[in-house]
Design a protein. Structure first.
Length: 153
């Protein structure tokens, strides 16, 4: 099944790609590699979730925020490529979790993004990954993720 078909089957709305809030591009393609800037979670109503995982948010709420980030990344990738079917594979993701100093489950939070990519792209949606904790993130968002993708053409 194609990635675009999976998006439809999963009922994902990719119509509202996040817009930059500073001086950067959401995605830059160099040859057959696309670099996506760090994205934060954006709810369908346009609201940004906020809070520290481990204090204000549970692991599960962090996971949900990371899934929202993944949806935004997919939306930006579709704008850049025209179709997610051009994705050859996810090469690397970097997931940053706004967490308390004693929080230890960063990978479980970032699974919200990683699980989504596997659902959409299958095994080619599983790439190298880092999941790290941060003392804060812009706007106190709970999660930020950036990614590198190999594409056809």
């Amino acid at each position: 099944m194609s990635a675009e078909d999976r998006v439809k089957e999963l009922g994902l709305d990719l119509s509202n790609a996040p817009r930059p809030v500073a001086n950067y591009m959401p995605a830059v393609q160099v040859g057959n590699i696309v670099y996506l800037s760090g994205h934060g979670p954006l709810r369908p109503d346009g609201a940004l979730p906020a809070g520290k995982v481990g204090a204000d948010l549970s692991v599960e709420e962090g996971y949900d925020a990371a899934r929202l980030v993944g949806i935004g990344l997919l939306a930006s990738l579709r704008v850049q490529l025209g179709s997610l079917d051009r994705v050859r594979r996810v090469v690397k993701t970097l997931g940053m979790v706004n967490a308390t100093p004693d929080f230890m489950d960063h990978p479980r939070v970032i699974n919200g993004t990683s699980d989504l990519f596997r659902e959409v792209f299958g095994e080619k949606g599983v790439g190298a990954r880092s999941a790290v904790g941060m003392g804060s993130l812009p706007g106190q968002i709970p999660v930020e993720v950036e990614m590198i993708v190999e594409v056809d053409g």
